[in-house]
Design a protein around this ligand. Sequence first.
Ligand code: IMP
Ligand code: ZN
Length: 364
Amino acid sequence: MSPPGAAVGVVAAASLAAAAYGLRRLLRRRRVVRAVRAMGKVEFHAHLNGSIRLSTLVELAEARGLAGARALLAGPRTLEACFEIFALIHQCVDSLAVVRRVAREALEDFEAAGCCYVELRSTPRALGEHTEADYVDTVVDVMAGYAGALTPRFLASVDRSRGPAAAAATVAAVAALRRGDARARAFVVGVDFSGNPTSRHSFEAFERLFRECRDAHGLGLAIHVGECPRGDADASRILALARETPGRCRLGHALHVAPEDLCGAGAPLVEVCPSSNVATLRLASLRGHPRLGDVFARGFDVPLCLCTDDTAVFGTDLAAEYLKVRDAFGLELRDLALLVARAADRAFDAPACRAALARHGTPR
Ligand code: IMP
Ligand code: ZN
């Protein structure tokens, strides 16, 4: 029998070894988190008001006496809850001065997460005596004056729930602004089709307008599709349009879409928003996300880009989205860098996107 002192010594050595192992794991994790944050990334699918800085939202809501804000933000993120949060944000973003602040802070936050190039999208709103064109011009002004290293571009959103007449008015305002202003032409590079996907308005009612944006105005098309099942032919019309000129059309979410419709020659890039999709599909884990397993584990050739959708709503940032995908599918940093480099070719201002990545020093 060994003396009691020896047993104590063995236990102490074992706990020391366990502590050292824990510390090594912690340090390794910190290195990974730092590397993913520092890696040059691109963001193609971020809604401006959904990307409002959370502390700003709370400050604005309290200043306006919006009592239910904290409770709403503390609740779960069902599709309905997300659209209640957007309504709250829109109550707070009530002047061009606030739009300016939200846009500037969003750019700062994306840059802090290692983003080199961002396409921020937003639904132009007439605020006070100002027009929708003034709204776009304000965001463009913030982008043009941004002093950081991030390269920003703007997509004008069409909210399907406002209907096709409002959409046509928005596109006309954006087209007029671009015609008369070289700066707006440089920064406004696309249009987005978004809004509550349960809206009665089908894509069919907007299709001509989106073709006009692509063919007459030279704008890229970013289209939300398959966020929830719909009884109309929404997804099939959008998929057919997207295959016509894949470089000029990207798809947002594309959850309720068969993988074979997103593979092969001419496949459009899918903007994957991991946290947003997990929340709206109520998935237990990211491993259950449609298609990601096919792409990362089985080599399906679906062009994709990782995006945040609405950082404020989903409590995330771009680096966190990359980290989640890395963890869920066991990816290496070089896999993530390759994903970014491939996505860059589908930016609506691809030369600016590639130049921003090159400046950052991302390997291609
Ligand atoms: P905004 O366009 O800058 O005001 O950003 C908020 C708006 O983006 C919302 O009111 C929706 O119209 C749209 N949006 C944000 N996230 C989603 C989404 O996941 N699906 C559809 N529309 C969205
Ligand atoms: Zn979206």
